[in-house]
Design a protein around this ligand. Sequence first.
Ligand SMILES: Cc1cc2nc3c(=O)[nH]c(=O)nc-3n(C[C@H](O)[C@H](O)[C@H](O)COP(=O)(O)OP(=O)(O)OC[C@H]3O[C@@H](n4cnc5c(N)ncnc54)[C@H](O)[C@@H]3O)c2cc1C
Length: 276
Amino acid sequence: MKPAPFDLTTARDAAEAAALTGDGSPEARIVAGGQSLGPMLNLRLARPAHLVDISRAADLRAVTDEGDRLLYGAAVTHAEIEDGAVPDATGGWLREIAGRIAYRAVRNRGTLGGSLVHADPAADWVVTLTALGAEAVVADPAGAVRVEPLATFIAGPFATTLRRGEILTGVRIAKRGPQARWGYWKFTRKVGEFAKASAAVLIDDRTGEVRLVAGAIERPPILLPDAGAVLSGTLSAEEALRRALPDRPARTLALHAVALREAIDIAAGRPHRGAA
Ligand SMILES: Cc1cc2nc3c(=O)[nH]c(=O)nc-3n(C[C@H](O)[C@H](O)[C@H](O)COP(=O)(O)OP(=O)(O)OC[C@H]3O[C@@H](n4cnc5c(N)ncnc54)[C@H](O)[C@@H]3O)c2cc1C
């Protein structure tokens, strides 16, 4: 199927993009890499009358050093992170994650911001950046900026807290030093597929942060309580997941428990068994 007709404007910067989409019209929509929106247009699940292309907006394509954090413009592509064309706040983890998203053709165009706003519960950035404690930076058409932890910005499956007229301008990620360890494991039936189950782990001995995140659970990634108990082995991955998701039958959580154990093993530096 072909998309319904639309106008296309290329925004030069974030302010112009916000002004063009923030005129109160529900008909206007941002397009970044088009890798998720494109299929929705083709299937006519989305019918915006006006698309605002941000893929060439200079400020949304930049990475800014803020001292102890890096601010990634929303239109930075997966491929730029994979290739090391932009700095990696984590000393390598972001590159590794980017390189395992879909196929290179998708990564060439798909963006960090597009992935987060699309908010597919199984998407790699949605899960891993929640574990890293990243923040969404959001602007409204009047130029007001708000910052929100990704853990709450992703409000539901395919839903965020973005209000009409707001755009995601960037993602703020804390720099991690040598005392930070992390692991990510996802199960896919074949390369390039979305995860059927995933888990991400951050252990930062410098800041004391410990985060265990379960992803691909048809809802926003869940930060597991009792992370310390799971890491020390006094609480099993299965039981932690059962407590966090009591409405799910245990058998549907089995693969997620595998993902969690594998991600913990990777974070601990132990050899892991066949990550996807
Ligand atoms: C075949 C295929 C396989 C894939 N596999 C994976 C996978 O394994 N893992 C994975 O994580 N992802 C996967 N993806 C998704 C991919 O990562 C996309 O790049 C991503 O979901 C969307 O990014 P985009 O830049 O293309 O966004 P777009 O498609 O341009 O936009 C997506 C949505 O976000 C909105 N939007 C975009 N940017 C902004 C912004 N800055 N502010 C406000 N709204 C905005 C758009 O209006 C739209 O609603 C796959 C995609 C395809 C086509």
